[in-house]
Design a protein around this ligand. Structure first.
Ligand SMILES: [Zn+2]
Length: 341
């Protein structure tokens, strides 16, 4: 574990987060879209290690253990309930191993379970048991804090917060802003964050589903309502007023783009570096990125925040490009007009 705690780091300035492991490893052929269960942790641990390392080199301050959807309900769907404990333990071990290479923190990770139903009180116990077993293993393997994320229900987020607090760890609890303005159980996003903060979450905010343009206005409201640290981790997709979430984006032919045809909506690294600056200006303390993230986005965000990171060694130098350099050779300069388009 790292010597500087998450609270120390938040106090010192924005903490840079990097997530979207499930989307990226799906894209690389290691996770099945649909169930999105991180079987890769056991089947191809090297692929997980590599992506952690790429985010670390790009400047991520936190290695988030890939236990997203590694809970009982989801593993049952793919017939791997028997691998539950091994998958959770291994995910934390891999995150720790890579975090140590660069002084990053390790976060345990839980998410919405799909088992919670606010109208069925019995589901509270089911959800609590799922979180308790996942986080119990995470604590034994060694995590610095826990991220509970993509919460659709404030009620479910509060259960995660209780379990994390019982384990004595700092909690970052973020909501998935999939609905126009409130959680599925009817709380405005800022109000839900206020409640989470009042119940003891050290960091509250939003992650996933919305791109920077449609997530930042909600962050402004949240920042006004809470005194604790605020997290913002959008998806790098161009959501807008007409399609405020990645789930609502439609391709020109009208087909739903989510979740595996979003490529043409992707934000450039420049858009994500602009986002990082805007988030910091709004007073966000944990600035990150979610599904769709690539290491190039993370490095651009880190550099926008004024950092030089290991991967900066290979940051762009277009002044060395044969066609863009100042002293472009005469034989190449003759063709510059064809690059104008
Ligand atoms: Zn996401």
């Amino acid at each position: 574990m790292s010597s500087l705690s998450i609270m120390d780091r938040l106090a010192a300035g924005p903490v840079l987060g990097a997530e979207g492991y499930v989307f990226e490893l799906e894209r690389r052929g290691y996770i099945k879209a649909g169930p999105f269960v991180p079987e890769v942790v056991l089947d191809f641990p090297g692929a997980v290690r590599e992506l952690h390392r790429e985010f670390l080199r790009a400047g991520a301050d936190v290695m988030v253990a890939l236990t997203y959807y590694a809970h009982r309900e989801k593993l049952r769907d793919v017939g791997r309930e028997g691998d539950l404990e091994a998958m959770n333990r291994q995910a934390v071990r891999i995150a720790r191993e890579v975090a140590r290479e660069g002084g990053a923190l390790v976060a345990g990770n839980v998410c919405n379970t799909w088992a919670y139903d606010p109208d069925e009180p019995a589901t509270r116990g089911t959800v609590r048991a799922m979180y308790a077993e996942q986080l119990g293993w995470a604590v034994e393997e060694g995590v610095d804090f826990v991220i509970s994320e993509t919460n659709d229900y404030l009620g479910e987020a509060l259960i995660a917060l209780e379990v994390i607090a019982d384990l004595g760890l700092p909690a970052m609890v973020t909501l998935a802003p999939t609905q126009p303005d409130r959680t599925r159980d009817g709380y405005g996003y800022a109000e839900a964050c206020r409640i989470l903060a009042a119940e003891g979450a050290q960091v509250v905010g939003l992650n996933c589903d919305r791109g920077p343009l449609t997530m930042l206005p909600l962050i402004t409201e949240i920042r006004e309502r809470v005194d604790c640290a605020v997290a913002v981790q959008p998806v790098p997709y161009r959501t807008d007023a007409a399609a405020p979430t990645m789930e609502t984006l439609r391709a020109p032919d009208g087909q739903r783009a989510f979740p595996i045809a979003l490529d043409s909506f992707g934000c450039t690294r420049f858009e994500m570096s602009d986002f990082a600056l805007q988030a910091r200006a709004l007073g966000a303390d944990y600035v990150g990125i979610c599904c769709g993230a690539g290491p190039h986005h993370v490095r651009a965000m880190a550099e926008a925040l004024g950092r030089e990171v290991p991967a900066s060694k290979y940051s762009p130098s277009m002044d060395l490009h044969p066609m863009f350099r100042a002293d472009v050779a005469a034989k190449d300069a003759a063709f510059l007009n064809t690059w104008v388009g």
